[in-house]
Design a protein around this ligand. Sequence first.
Ligand code: MG
Ligand code: ZN
Length: 223
Amino acid sequence: MTVNIPVLKEVTEANSMLADVLRTRFAEQGVFVLDLIASPGAGKTTLLERTIEGLDGSVRLGVIEGDPHTSIDAERMSAAGVPVVEVNTGGGCHLEARMIQSALGQLGADDIDALVIENVGNLICPTGWDLGEDAKVVIVSLPEGDDKPLKYPMGFLAADAAVINKTDLEPYSPAEVETMRENALSVNPDLEIFEVSCMTGDGVDAWLDWIRGRVAEKRARQG
Ligand code: MG
Ligand code: ZN
């Protein structure tokens, strides 16, 4: 059996150094950067669509779409009317700072207020890769089970906020929103939690307010 941990550590150290370079650049530009992590199907892209729609241009967004194989999500972002760059990881299960650096060159949008990075659908390894973001947000959908935060605690530990999505499915699912919330807070008591349904729009306003607040804070610290 081979253990690759020391090699991984070297790689992640190089990644962290580059992430710091990106973070400095974002600070100078006053751009708020969000890293969205979730399992496949939790609703990252749909939440982004609701976010773009809800902010309605009041916050200028740019999006980097991490996708293992396709451009399906990038096309959805493009249709929603925001500048987007797709990063195909060729089956890779997370984004790295060097991918963000090269995507920024293609995004060519210096006049944005916030950059949202949709990470590859995976609740494990994206938590260990710094992308220069201000905040990680973990999205978890109710039908995945309200024990998800306990089974995959790393994402909840690394996150500033958790979005519990698909709350409209509560009547059809053994999982309970309240239990999901309690489990998430038991892993990380500092989590900001939003209960939303991207289908009905329920709870989306509180999420939009949080984004607006974080964007304003970042802008105020600019320079
Ligand atoms: Mg997606
Ligand atoms: Zn990975």
